[in-house]
Design a protein around this ligand. Structure first.
Ligand SMILES: [Cu+2]
Length: 564
């Protein structure tokens, strides 16, 4: 096996266009299926909670019982109904309009007990191409739900280090979500499937839903003590790119490399927002709150609403202490932004939400997909709402104390374009023994050392973290010094290879986060406190991984254990 990182792979490619940086197998698959012009944009309304998105009904006091099952929904008037995998709260999902259809609304501080029962087929259908080299049980459908952003015990985490085989047809996963403070403040989380080697496919098929935590300040109503929009003026936006076959089924391309099915990244040629293709949203000329989640498999978004100013008030770890003005929102898969937008000066105008190519140092091989949705601003206000952006918020900036340890985690890509192509952390595989063992209650710095040519959104279970900064470094010199056939092993400080000072986090990284962009040419330092939920004792094992779910599945994921 030769070591060719994406970095050196890029050097060998002849041109600079985005398509040229795609591995040939994926490039061909994309070209063969591109038909984005066939679906008319902005002809169907955005699904909202209670109007196209089902707000889950509890099965008892602080209890929910979900069934994962197959449904079919028309995602665009020109498409036949699309088979989808969905979380059914027992309602039968008659109120679900699109491919993302469920939202749990919970209260910070009040735990929930939830069951997920698998009623999906025994085997994967033809539209979901499994690469059986990556799965524990071949082509059998195995599910496992993870609460992304959850502070929970390892057994409730939906955790492939604990339950590698997941849950088969007829089996039930039972979880306890602590919703404990301060780790789980009012915030937008999401739960999605985390099956080992099939996360990319199970999420693509539809197994993803919103999880909204409220508290006495962030009530979701209007007025509220924070002075931010609520009720119908708070809009969740879950953005996902998809491809479709002409029969309405979702299309997931397979590799053209002989012996491989897995592809390096899934990029759609159609944008789906809250489960509908290229929707529109009618708004009043007043202030709104948008809760935005990048739910794409691999696409890094760079969103622009085309005129009004954006004020970001929070991210993955909840509200900040102050609002921050932002020009455009660069969100990698799984990143979230809580944003205020005032449309009062845009009465009667039609705005298009655009997705620009992310700016350097963010790097992605995604073909461009510029249109997201339309916002139509009306001329009358039925309820005025807040008249100004609040000067302060009841949230927090991330500001942890000194770390007791620093760990160096390398991000490697091996043999791109070959049948053996995989990505890894620390030059090893997921199944290798645990090497990261933070002591419970301590603060650690983790340094993500990117040896590839692309940005990887690194997500950790259990903890939210502070972004400390990013340092430019000479990746080639570091690789020459320490590289092996499976990449650079973990644990080696890249500081001697730094080529400039550490840059502070972006203003949009003010608060606690659970996913961070690790860009090429940099090492990215994050800081977290490894507490466990009340009543849960160490050791507890979790995972951390790239949230480009194709990378996570092959094999950019590692366990870590919080030890006594
Ligand atoms: Cu990655």
């Amino acid at each position: 096996m030769t070591m060719i990182t994406r970095r050196s792979f890029l050097k060998y490619s002849a041109g600079a266009g985005a398509m040229l940086t795609l591995p040939s197998a994926l490039r061909q698959a994309f070209a063969a299926t591109a038909k984005r012009g066939m679906l008319t944009k902005y002809i169907q309304p955005l699904p909202l909670p209670g109007a196209g998105i089902v707000v889950a009904t509890p099965s008892g006091l602080n209890q929910y019982a979900f069934i994962q099952r197959e449904i079919a929904r028309q995602l665009h008037p020109s498409l036949p109904p699309t088979p989808l995998w969905a979380y059914d709260d027992g309602s039968g999902l008659a109120g679900q309009a699109g491919s993302l259809g469920m939202a749990v609304v919970a209260r910070s501080g009040t735990p929930l007990d939830i069951t997920f029962t698998n009623h999906l087929p025994e085997k994967y259908p033809a539209w979901i191409p499994v690469d059986t080299r990556l799965t524990p049980l071949g082509n059998n459908v195995r599910l496992m739900t993870h609460l992304h952003g959850g502070f929970v015990n390892a057994d409730s985490d939906g955790n492939p280090a604990i339950t590698p085989n997941g849950f088969g047809r007829g089996e039930t996963q039972t979880v306890h979500y602590s919703n404990q403070l301060p780790q789980m403040p009012a915030s937008l989380l999401w739960f999605h499937d985390h099956g080992l080697g099939t996360t990319r496919l199970n999420v693509f098929a539809g197994l993803a839903a919103a999880y909204i935590l409220r508290d006495e300040f962030d009530t979701g109503l209007e007025p509220n003590p924070i002075g931010i929009p609520g009720g119908p003026y708070e809009i969740p936006l879950v953005i996902q790119d998809r491809q479709f076959n002409s029969d309405g089924t979702l299309l997931y391309p397979t590799s053209e490399i002989e012996g491989a099915t897995w592809i390096g990244e899934y990029f759609g040629d159609v944008m789906v927002v809250n489960g509908k293709v290229w929707p529109f949203l009618n708004v009043e000329p007043r202030m709104y709150r948008f809760r935005i989640l990048n739910g794409c498999n691999a696409r890094i978004l760079n969103l622009d609403v085309g005129g009004p100013k954006l004020w970001q008030i929070g991210a993955e770890g909840g509200l900040w202490d102050i609002p921050v003005p932002v020009k455009s929102l660069a969100l990698a898969p799984a990143e979230r932004a809580d944003v205020l937008i005032d449309f009062s000066k845009f009465a009667g105008q039609t705005l298009t939400v655009l997705n620009h190519k992310p700016r350097s140092p963010i790097s992605t091989p995604a073909p461009e997909l510029p249109q997201v949705m339309q916002i139509r601003v009306g001329t009358t206000v039925s309820q005025p709402g807040p008249s100004s952006i609040p000067s302060s918020l009841p949230g927090r900036a991330a500001n942890l104390g000194s770390p007791v340890a620093t760990r160096y985690i390398t991000l490697n890509e091996i043999d791109p374009g070959e049948v053996e192509w995989f990505l890894n952390l620390n030059g090893t595989h997921f199944e290798a023994p645990v090497t990261e063992t933070p002591k419970v209650g301590t603060i650690e710095d983790w340094v993500y050392v990117n040896m590839t040519g692309d940005t990887h959104p690194m997500h950790s279970h259990l903890v939210t973290f502070q972004v400390v900064g990013r340092t430019p470094f000479d990746a080639e010199a570091y690789e020459s010094a320490y590289g092996t056939s499976s990449g650079v092993p973990g644990g080696i400080d890249p500081t001697p290879f730094a080529t400039g000072p550490t840059e502070p986090p972006d203003p949009t990284e003010r608060g606690f986060k659970d996913t961070v962009k690790a860009n090429p040419g940099q090492f990215t330092t994050i800081r977290a406190k490894y507490d466990l939920p009340n009543g849960v004792s160490a050791p507890q094992t979790y995972v951390y991984h790239c949230h480009i779910v194709e990378h996570e599945d092959n094999d950019m994921m590692r366990p870590f254990t919080v030890i006594p």
